[in-house]
Design a protein around this ligand. Structure first.
Ligand SMILES: Nc1nc2c(ncn2[C@@H]2O[C@H](COP(=O)(O)OP(=O)(O)OP(=O)(O)O)[C@@H](O)[C@H]2O)c(=O)[nH]1
Length: 491
């Protein structure tokens, strides 16, 4: 499958949107530039027009007045102004005071007709004010022309410049109106383009939004159909969204999951994420991290598999494997590794570990007299009493039919162990009530200490066992502590 085909559907409108937005922006900028240029042209033409009208009035004024200033134009500010105006209109680079006494830059006029009129006016004015003519006039004034004749000639020429200027003003006014029309047209065009851009881009945005909403709904319904729980995680590992299976599994609605971290709900225990649902049910989850492609980039997800049943079964099997089904006490399977760990700890901490072996006295006759059911119940009650007599951290296991073994960490000395043994033996002080029968039974306990009486399980159990047998032979109920030399002594 080509990469183009695998792109999500919502990608195409985004590209189109970008393309259209760029096109509209370029068009809008071009139109606005043209509108601005025509507005500038309009303003320049307005300035030129004002000056030309002023020049026309001045020419009329000069032609109607005395001819003296014309003979020496550089001394006449009005003539200097007129000269500046014409040169500015022709080539630019001149600044003049307007009627309102504002200094304005005179730019060259454009347009064929306007330049033609201007050229004609300028040649006429140049002929009038040229230095050659003036010098000729001043040298040969007496010979050729008298001042009066010259003045009347100049007045006639000036009288012709006035209408010429008027003509130029009309031409500039036409150009100015055209520039204004163009500026207005482009302004309207810019507004229309802007509105069109808003309409097109807005419609596409709306379509894209609807499309992505539809895609979102599709994705959500697909996620909800999946049997496994799926959580979408945010950048800080907080849950951004969760599917129906995840809500059901974790026993919480979507709202309650959003913004929370999975670590706050589940904790890792022996490789399995466990926790408790709000309704109190246990939870065991297998988490599979993954990444999926989202619209805005990769999305981190966590797939949750409910392994509660398997976990509970395992726990149950583990319990069954390590506990005596009748009494619920730990069995040999549990005791052996526990014993090993405690021995290691005892060695590391340089502390003393106590070991006890307890055997019931005369249990067989009870079985024979009352039956096995009562015998069983007696074993259960004895186990419960033993459990109640222990300290925190002590463990007692059923290791045979009527035989128990205990491991007691952090024993200070033999006296403490002896005291603990007395407490265990004390459970036989009162008879047991079973099915309306009052049953009295005793027990023999042998005690040993690590490291004094042995450094491993076997030797310690053997020492305690030997002490227990000695106690049994000495009288019932009895307690014996293994001696350092291997001989047992009465506790
Ligand atoms: N009711 C019941 N009896 C059991 C169970 N397991 C073992 N027994 C019985 O416990 C008895 C243990 O035998 P013994 O150790 O000779 O019993 P005892 O009478 O206490 O003998 P001493 O230890 O010498 O005092 C046997 O009769 C077994 O059948 C059990 O789970 N339930």
């Amino acid at each position: 499958m080509s990469s183009r085909r695998t792109r999500p559907q919502s990608y195409r409108p985004t590209l189109l949107l970008w393309a259209l937005t760029v096109v509209f922006c370029i068009a809008e900028a071009g139109i606005l530039f043209l509108a601005y240029r025509h507005t500038l042209e309009y303003r320049q033409l307005s300035t030129q027009l004002g000056l030309v009208q002023q020049g026309s009035a001045l020419a009329y004024q000069l032609s109607a007045g005395p001819a003296t200033p014309v003979l020496n134009p550089s001394n006449d500010p009005r003539q200097r102004w007129l000269t500046g105006l014409l040169s500015g209109l022709l080539a630019g680079g001149t600044s003049l005071h307007s009627l309102e006494n504002i200094r304005v830059a005179v730019g060259p006029v454009e347009g064929q007709e306007a330049r033609r009129i201007l050229a004609e006016l300028n040649s006429r004015w140049s002929a009038l004010t040229s230095q050659t003519l003036l010098s000729t006039l001043s040298q040969d004034a007496a010979a050729d022309l008298d001042a009066e004749h010259h003045a009347s000639r100049l007045a006639a020429e000036l009288a012709a410049i006035g209408p010429g200027m008027g003509h130029l003003a009309m031409q500039l006014a036409r150009q100015r109106d055209e520039a204004m029309r163009q500026a207005d047209l482009f302004a309207v065009l810019a507004v229309a383009t802007g509105l069109l851009a808003c309409l097109v881009v807005g419609t596409l945005l709306l379509l894209q939004r609807r499309r992505s909403e539809r895609s979102g709904r599709l994705m959500r319904s697909m996620m909800n159909q999946i049997g496994a729980g799926v959580c979408i995680l945010g950048s800080t590992d907080k849950i951004a969204d969760a599917n129906r299976a995840a809500c059901r599994m974790l026993g919480r609605p979507r709202k309650a999951l959003r913004g929370r971290r999975l670590d706050e709900i589940l904790s890792l225990n022996d490789g399995v994420w466990t926790g408790e649902r709000p309704d109190g049910l246990p939870l065991a989850i297998e988490r599979i991290p993954g990444v999926i492609e989202g619209y805005k980039g990769p999305l981190r997800i966590m797939t949750l598999l409910d392994v509660t049943a398997r976990h509970l079964t395992n726990e149950c099997l583990q319990h069954l494997a390590n506990h005596d089904p009748l009494t619920g006490l730990p069995n040999r399977g549990f005791l052996a590794p526990h014993f090993e760990r405690e021995l290691q700890r005892c060695e590391e901490n340089k502390s003393v570990l106590g070991v006890a072996v307890l055997d019931l006295d005369g249990f067989k006759p009870i079985n024979d007299t009352y039956g096995h059911a009562i015998g069983d119940e007696l074993l259960v009650q004895i186990s419960q009493r033993l459990g109640a007599a222990l300290r925190n951290g002590d463990v007692i296991a059923r290791i045979g039919g009527d035989e128990f073994a205990g491991v007691f960490p952090d024993i200070n000395n033999r006296d403490t162990l002896n005291f603990l043994g007395e407490r265990l033996l004390g459970i036989f002080a009162h008879p047991f009530h079973i099915q309306g029968q009052l049953i009295t039974i005793g027990g023999s306990i042998g005690l040993a200490l690590a490291p004094d009486d042995g450094l491993d399980q076997d030797s310690l159990l053997k020492a305690a066992d030997a002490a227990m047998y000695r106690a049994k032979h000495d009288g019932r109920p009895a307690l014996r502590l293994a001696s350092r030399t291997g001989d047992s002594v009465a506790a």
